[in-house]
Design a protein around this ligand. Structure first.
Ligand code: MTE
Length: 325
């Protein structure tokens, strides 16, 4: 079992008291002023932190913006990769419709001083939600521009207080074959072992561009996009953006991701967008922007680190990015 005794941990134990009370006060005032509404089944304060659907309250405009045209809501939410719900792009939107994202717990564990298992609402409560419009590039040579809503992963890691042994971060998706048809043995033949696992080096995970998203287009994340919580790393191929996370573990050794395990010669640990390193079966020099470029033409030049070189290239100084692909 991945999840242990969430009921034993009260939120006030996990969240520093002053943040907890500040946030509570803000929420109470917002609810009283009618800015935030209630959702059945949750207390008003919990619903305000993270409702299970609809608009997210109090989202700040992000500090990182780009000039590209934002991809349509329809494309972002119907052209998806989420193999737990099927391998066709349209499968996740139809097959994840009834996916239960409440109650949801997230374990933060491993090489850290403050491991804990959080209820989703407690996990999210301390953080200010911010909109980040990011260019996203899939390894399949298509791209989108997506307005995520989330908060820096660094905040979560700092709260856990990593020890000096923590060198990498490993993320795990929910394992629930009953709800996720793609996880049932032999059904889809994706070649992946379940649950889906991804990893980052600790400094990549701490980089301010790396976020945990709970929403998109100002609303709660639709199930097909990885509700209730997914990783977003804009300078890496989309498969690093693991969805529906239940565990974040600080580790000493480089994690073995699901895609490395399935096809190491095709999908490396780093997965940095690098137009000069072709996928063994196709070129990565160009990409097709969904909703803008023609159906089959990968016209747009792919940029090094997906256009985020200025912010992230220094993380890889001295590394051979052909070898560490
Ligand atoms: N996470 C899980 N758990 N399962 C998956 O199949 N697919 C990855 C990534 N995260 C995947 C996943 C791939 S290949 C991509 S391109 C992105 O999710 C797609 O995210 P989006 O559908 O929200 O655009």
């Amino acid at each position: 079992m991945l999840i242990k005794k969430p009921a034993e941990i009260s939120s006030s134990e996990i969240t520093p008291a002053h943040i907890y009370h500040e946030r509570r006060r803000f929420l109470r005032d917002a609810i009283a002023a009618g800015i935030i509404g209630a959702v059945p089944g949750l207390t008003p304060a919990e619903a305000a932190v993270l409702p299970s659907s609809g608009k997210l309250a109090g989202v700040r405009k992000g500090s990182v913006t780009i000039v590209d045209k934002v991809t349509s809501y329809k494309d972002v939410t119907t052209y998806n990769n989420f193999y737990e719900f099927g391998t066709d792009k349209s499968d996740p939107a139809s097959n994840a419709r009834g996916f239960r994202t409440r109650p949801w717990t997230i374990a933060v564990e491993g090489a850290c001083r403050r491991p804990a298992v959080y209820q989703l609402e407690d996990f999210v409560r301390p953080y200010a939600l911010e909109e980040r419009i990011y260019r996203m590039r899939c390894v399949e040579a298509w791209s989108m521009v997506i307005p995520w809503v989330g908060f820096p992963l660094a905040e979560v890691l700092k709260r856990a207080e990593p020890t000096s042994r923590a060198k990498f971060v490993e993320f795990t998706t929910l394992h629930d074959p009953e709800q996720m048809p793609g996880q049932r043995p032999g059904l889809l033949g994706t070649g992946l072992d379940w649950p889906y696992v991804e990893g980052l080096r600790l400094d990549e995970a701490m980089h301010p561009l790396t976020i945990l998203a709970v929403g998109v287009f100002g609303e709660v994340l639709p199930n097909q996009n990885g509700a209730p919580l997914r990783l977003v790393v804009p300078w890496k191929y989309g498969f690093k953006g693991i969805k529906s996370i239940v565990r974040i573990r600080l580790v000493e050794r480089q994690p073995l991701s699901s895609w490395m395990q399935a096809a190491l010669h095709e999908y490396g640990f780093y997965a940095n967008v690098n137009p000069r390193v072709d996928h063994p079966r196709w070129s990565q020099a160009r990409e097709r922007r969904i909703g803008e470029d023609g159906l089959f033409s990968a016209k747009r030049e792919t940029l090094m680190f997906n256009g985020y070189a200025e912010q992230v290239a220094s993380l890889y100084t001295g590394m051979d990015l052909r070898k560490y692909y």
